[in-house]
Design a protein around this ligand. Sequence first.
Ligand code: B12
Length: 513
Amino acid sequence: MKITFIQGPSENLAIEYFSRILMKEGYKVSLIVDYQLFDSVNLKNNFLKNLFDIKDILVDQVIKSKPDLVGFSIFTSEYQWALDFASRIKKRNSRIPIIFGGIHPTSVPELVIKQKAVDMVCVGEGEQALLELTKSIDSNKKNYNIPNLWFKKDGKIIKNEIRPLLQNLDDIPFPYKDIFYVKAPPFLRSYYLIMATRGCPYQCTYCANHVKFKVYAGKGKYVRMRSVANVMKELNWAKKRYPQIKMVSLPDDILPLNKEWMREFIGRYKKEINLPFLCYAHPRNIDLEMATLLKEGGCFWLNMGLQTASEKNRIKLLHRVESNDEIRAAAKNCHKVGLKFSLDHIFGIPYEGKKEYVEGLKLYNELRPSSMNVFWLIYFPKTEIIELGEKAGYINEDIENKINEGKVSNCAVFKVSGNDEDISRTKEGEFKNFALLYTLLPVISQKVMDLIIKRKWYDKIKNISNIFFILAKIISRLSVKQIYLYTSEIKRISWFIYSVLKTKWSYRNARVL
Ligand code: B12
């Protein structure tokens, strides 16, 4: 019995967890990576995309390896790519069963299951469901009653119940990292990706989290944490297994959820791992003790989302709970202990405009983050903010359908090129000047920024070309010694180009022979 996962260029934890679970049962697991060169959110070019496209070769590899099941784990931004890939597989062999799982199918299962190329959909957590499915395929007695899975049978759709949430995260075996880490050369694996939690206690209207929260209503405690001992066991193993690792990435929605947990974790992390790490937090969690713990533990980059400077809008439109004073206190604590922090801001929130963006300049200049991440609002399927967008006239039925199909661009404020449907275009002029100033704010002195605000110089910045944004980003990363982010991206793309060309070349030679 063989299961093949198909994935884009980023590492995927769900695939790593599933691989370990399936391998433990004696099943074979393989991974096909489509590097999607020049087809990403920030780097899109149709000519180069077609030049480096190896989907047909990859599909050929899938077909020849004769999998008994093919799985895709997808975000909304990857849905159209996954559908295209799955359709190509089905064209070559319609009998290979294909399952889609991940946040996108969890959000809109009824749309995904309708697709010709998709046989099954996983709604919510997949560990037990996928194992039960694999066992049923292996035993040749197909079970259509597996909780969390939707099937197609005799022209009908079978929707099974959601099973209770996994409560003890320590019961999940460690992810099988080799499936991603061994394929890439060590210089591309300089950080280790690990998550310590599942779920988020907040219900922000723009975040996919509250969609999952609704799916899981009544199915057990939603916010769960691994034990410190379990996380440390994985990290200690990882440090030995991948000695090239130079930092640890903990992209949990909010890592410092529990102070007791953090005290124990940081104490052991410092002694046993002692590598710089990055994590995300909510301003409410960053009191002086937490800031000190993070700094002492080696956190080199703390990221916090504020999204708007308007306290009223933050609460009313985004359902975020923190006040501006709480944010000020968090920033002050970070400065006090010398902890570098970045802030996220979202442009394009319904009903926001110049007034709020000026407020933003003032607040961020007061907080003085080490760096600023600016985004254009992405409407995720089934999120509450879609309703606001409709009321404000940004979204109509047609656009909502496109959002659900993953056809609306998932863009950052600026991108190198791209031609996806992009609903931000219409309002771009209104905020590009602010986006540029926000990005540069950490490297402009507080006094100069005060002057810019006082004299309203933001009104004078017009028709900004993307090249200025790119330069601004580079300058701001340089200032916090994070230029390695770009150098590692260049290494990554170079490796992808090399791998694609090698695949193309060996495929051509094999055909000639
Ligand atoms: C780690 C992470 C990343 C990493 C790794 C991404 C990756 N390919 O895995 C990085 C930093 C690269 C990343 C980038 C982005 N991310 Co991100 N990311 C996350 C994060 C924090 C954790 C995801 C994770 O690994 N969870 C652990 C795994 C084990 O759990 P899981 O993903 O929930 O999967 C479970 C089920 O869904 C199911 N399942 C999943 N896949 C499959 C497949 C099969 C076959 C089956 C049966 C079941 C199944 O089983 C799993 C285990 O129970 C989530 C937020 C969150 N807390 O979920 C955001 C999140 C997934 N990201 C998001 C976004 C928007 C992005 C970006 C587009 C941001 C941007 N503007 O650039 C990019 C896009 C990257 C891309 N490839 O397109 C959104 C997606 C929303 C949506 N509707 O699509 C999320 C939900 C954040 C949010 N709060 O809204 N991200």
